[in-house]
Design a protein around this ligand. Structure first.
Ligand SMILES: [Zn+2]
Length: 86
């Protein structure tokens, strides 16, 4: 009954064509959402996630600071350290 109603409503297109077009539309919609939210997530959190690692030779404390910092003071003893390079 519903298939017949859809067939009548669509005119020249049959139900299979409408179904295929609908599936592609849904697929494109979700692909667009995935790309949009993925890029937004990357833009929001990537900078905060990236860290530079430091090791204090004086007190042997391993700590992190935001990326881009070449030197950072040790939070335990205050000694200025350069970042670890891998
Ligand atoms: Zn230290």
């Amino acid at each position: 009954m519903a298939a017949r109603a859809a067939y009548i409503y669509c005119g020249v297109m049959d139900l299979l064509t409408v179904g295929v077009i609908y599936c592609f539309a849904v697929e494109i919609f979700f692909l667009g959402m995935w790309l949009f939210y993925g890029r937004r997530e990357y833009a929001f959190f990537e900078h905060a996630r990236r860290k530079a690692t430091f090791l204090c030779p004086r007190c042997n404390k391993l700590y992190a600071a935001p990326a881009g910092a070449e030197t950072c003071a040790c939070p335990r003893c205050g000694h200025e350290n350069t970042r670890l390079k891998y």
